[in-house]
Design a binder for this molecule. Structure first.
Ligand SMILES: Nc1ncnc2c1ncn2[C@@H]1O[C@H](COP(=O)(O)OP(=O)(O)OP(=O)(O)O)[C@@H](O)[C@H]1O
Length: 241
């Protein structure tokens, strides 16, 4: 589904080498944690999949297609295949929950007759159908993040990228976000989740890719090499191992 072939990424303005020679393959339907210290390159890796960035060297493939070859509409169509969730909810504050979701459907050209059903399904999946008329500031932090996930899942994208989606949440809300992502995974989505949270990895063991200073230093699936437990260091405890 997603493949990195010897990808390096240098940010041109600062010369920061954020990724170096990363090769990685994620199969359709996999659930993958991306972990590593702050600055290890997790967000950069997700931005390359979104094609917000192009590699300085190497290539990123999505469903067999080199993302570098996408032009014009191709980029927008590519991004439709991806549901993106960030640490902050990024909801539009002057729109209600249902208007926030309708806005996405409008932008994506979904026929108006489908809006109500799609919005209801998406909100029900995150347990917030009863909040459709609330404004973002009338929601708790956890609820707002669940609405943001509902928005990301509106078009049933085959791939979900979540960049530290539980970073602002208490453990209970973090686990409910994980449950929603697990359910999307169970419906067949490929999920990449960048996180510092050891609790998530323990609550739902899955493949773990560890980045350190822009390189993949570990890549383990549950049951492989005995354990997927990641040591104290790479989860962002602040000290290098
Ligand atoms: N737009 C940018 N321009 C220049 N350098 C950048 C940019 N974005 C990130 N970097 C640098 O690239 C490196 C990787 O950053 P990245 O955001 O990918 O790390 P991360 O693992 O997601 O960190 P965090 O856990 O703090 O979000 C860091 O050294 C960072 O300072």
């Amino acid at each position: 589904m997603i493949a990195f072939h010897r990808v390096s990424l240098e940010y041109p303005r600062t010369g920061t080498k954020a990724l170096y020679n990363v090769s990685l393959e994620v199969k359709k339907g996999e659930f993958v944690y991306i972990v590593g210290h702050s600055g290890a390159g997790k967000s950069t890796l997700l931005s390359l999949i979104l094609r917000r960035l192009l590699p300085t060297q190497g290539a990123v493939y999505f469903a067999g297609q080199n993302l570098k070859a996408l032009k014009g509409d191709g980029v927008a169509l590519h991004r439709r295949r991806i549901g993106m969730v960030f640490q902050d909810h990024r909801l539009l504050k002057d729109l209600t929950v249902e208007e926030n979701l309708a806005f996405v459907l409008q932008v994506q050209g979904v026929p108006r007759r489908e809006w109500e059903g799609r919005i209801y399904t998406a909100l029900r999946r995150v347990g917030l159908a009863h909040k459709k008329r609330a404004f973002p500031e009338e929601l708790s932090v956890g609820e707002a993040q669940r609405v943001a996930i509902a928005r990301a899942l509106l078009l049933d994208p085959p791939v979900i990228l979540a960049d530290e989606p539980t970073g602002n949440l208490d453990p209970e809300n973090a686990l409910s976000v994980l449950e929603i992502l697990k359910a999307a995974h169970a419906r067949g989505a490929t999920v990449l989740l960048a996180t510092h949270s050891r609790e998530l990895l323990e609550a739902y063991p899955a493949r773990v890719v560890v980045l350190k200073a822009g390189q993949v230093v570990r890549d383990e699936r549950p049951g492989e090499g005995g354990s997927i437990r990641v040591r104290e260091g790479p989860l962002g405890g602040g000290k290098e191992d």
